[in-house]
Design a protein around this ligand. Structure first.
Ligand code: C5P
Length: 229
């Protein structure tokens, strides 16, 4: 079977990463969560105090970015990728409330999108990759063989994220989670550069109604049909 590129885009907490991980495990493909890259840069921006210094002037922040080294390492035991910036494992730090609140601001900056998009394109050069995010099928891999667009009701998505955060021991209310998801939906769909949207070649999945097993059945049917044609 020829290796392909699978692009998964969609709204926050719509189940992109659950589906992407399951597909990558089954096909033995690389899985790249591009949201964690935007989160990683946001963490760096917070650490560098970019938000309240003259680093907010992007031309001062970009030289820092050019020097950073992103690495994804597969953690077999926990079935997840760990993300490293300059050898530091930042996996747990990038899920903090502070990063989550600021990430969509960072993701609107054209220079930052350009740097990350170039890195992501390079990661897919050999194909055999599942990548999830907001602009993968339209900007990063417009020629990807399979494009999936995930959505879900705001309540289902908020509740899913709320449960995840609670499990990690993060103190937050359901309303705060919901407010943040609505805010990010608006920021991600309204930005000028690579907003979250789909084109006619996407397969849409609504995770409000379709569970992960059904999603996987659908995807593997599509992959098998592609192989036959
Ligand atoms: O996927 P996740 O919710 O972790 O993404 C965090 C944020 O990163 C999104 O709300 C969005 O603002 C940004 N993002 C993006 N483009 C991507 C992936 C994420 O703008 N490809």
């Amino acid at each position: 079977m020829n290796k392909i590129i699978i692009a998964i885009d969609g709204y926050s907490s719509s189940g992109k990463s659950t589906l992407a991980k399951a597909i990558s495990k089954k096909l033995k493909y690389k899985y790249i969560d591009t949201g964690s890259m935007y989160r990683g840069i946001t963490l760096l921006a917070i650490q560098k105090k970019m938000f309240n210094s003259d680093l907010w002037n992007v031309s001062n922040f970009i030289p820092f970015l050019k020097k950073i080294n992103f690495k994804f390492k597969w953690n077999k035991k926990f079935n997840k990728t760990n993300i490293f910036i300059n050898k530091e494992n930042i996996q747990s730090k990038i899920r903090s409330i502070e990063v989550t609140k600021k990430v969509s601001l960072i993701a609107r900056i054209p220079e930052i999108r350009e740097i990350l998009t170039t890195m992501q394109k390079n990661m897919g050069k050999k194909k055999g990759i599942v990548m999830d995010g907001r602009d993968i099928g339209l900007s990063v891999f417009p020629k990807s063989e399979l494009k999936i667009f995930m959505k879900g009701s705001i309540d289902i998505r908020s509740y899913r994220r709320y449960k995840e955060l609670k499990k990690k021991g993060i103190k937050i209310t359901y309303d705060e989670v919901k407010k943040n998801i609505i805010y990010r939906d608006i920021m991600d769909t309204s930005r000028h550069i690579s907003p979250l949207k789909k084109s006619s070649d996407y397969i849409e999945i609504d995770s409000t109604f379709i569970n992960i097993e059904e999603q996987l059945n659908l995807i593997f049917q599509l992959i098998n049909n592609k192989n036959k044609s």
